[in-house]
Design a protein around this ligand. Structure first.
Ligand SMILES: CC(C)(COP(=O)(O)OP(=O)(O)OC[C@H]1O[C@@H](n2cnc3c(N)ncnc32)[C@H](O)[C@@H]1OP(=O)(O)O)[C@@H](O)C(=O)NCCC(=O)NCCS
Length: 214
């Protein structure tokens, strides 16, 4: 039953897109608002709860462009006030949020006031968000702004990306920092620096440190 529903819904949604390649497979729980501004390449897959929202009501042209062979695990959200470009062979883990929409402005001119209800603040763009080809985003990655994730890069699970990630790098943490880079000369991923600042390393031989009242 679910398989039949998924097939039917995939066909309906595929037709509503500005452009869609061959093999478009989504779960029937997928929601796409603003489909006329979305183009998807060949061999697209999205799991349960995929939500793609074009928040920019004035947009008439393509705003979200997704390449070939892109796979999204469950509960991925894409919210586009501005362009969101995803290359080929991109793998996106469950629970990932990709967006360049902000309720209001908090820098530059015309900043929003804290006493105005967030819901009534005008949508603002945080810039073009680009995920280049061969990128893997681990589970629950959050990319809330206009950044570029370089070709072949990996973003670790649970990371929040606020700055560009160079190609062939592994980034992790909040905010995400580059922890490894691929060295083509030796064909391996090399450490760059400590991933996240550590406050303390707890030894399992000292349970009282973990549970002080023991
Ligand atoms: C990012 C990732 C690929 C790195 O793997 P790795 O290269 O084997 O990493 P290492 O174990 O060598 O860790 C290197 C450092 O990065 C830190 N680190 C690794 N992943 C991290 C993450 N997600 N967030 C924060 N720090 C992380 C490690 O603690 C370690 O720090 P240290 O040297 O200070 O101890 C992996 O940790 C990850 O997050 N994978 C995603 C898993 C996932 O989402 N799977 C779902 C399938 S879509």
């Amino acid at each position: 039953m679910r398989i039949a529903l998924n097939r039917l819904w995939s066909r309906v949604l595929r037709r509503s897109l500005a452009r869609a390649g061959s093999s478009f497979n989504v779960d029937f729980t997928t929601r796409i608002l603003g489909a006329k501004c979305v183009a998807v390449g060949d061999d697209f897959y999205a799991g349960r709860g995929f939500k793609l929202v074009i928040t920019n009501q004035e947009a008439t042209d393509l705003l979200v462009c997704i390449g070939n062979h892109v796979g999204l695990n469950d509960f991925v959200t894409i919210a586009a006030q501005d362009h969101i470009l995803i290359g080929n062979n991109v793998l996106i883990g469950a629970g990932v949020y990709l967006g360049n929409i902000s309720h209001g402005r908090y820098k530059g001119l015309d900043q929003s006031l804290p006493e105005s209800p967030p819901n009534s603040r005008p949508f603002a763009s945080s810039g073009v968000l680009t995920i280049e080809s061969n990128v893997w985003l681990g589970e629950d990655v959050i990319i809330p702004g206009g950044v570029t994730i370089g070709r072949g890069a990996i973003v670790g699970a649970g990371s929040v990306v606020t700055k560009d990630i160079p190609p062939y790098a592994i980034a992790a943490g909040n905010p995400a920092r580059v922890i490894k880079k691929f060295d083509p000369k030796i064909g391996s991923w090399e450490r760059v620096h400590s991933a996240v600042p550590r406050t303390q390393t707890l030894g399992l031989t000292e349970p009282t440190v973990l549970i002080p009242h023991l």
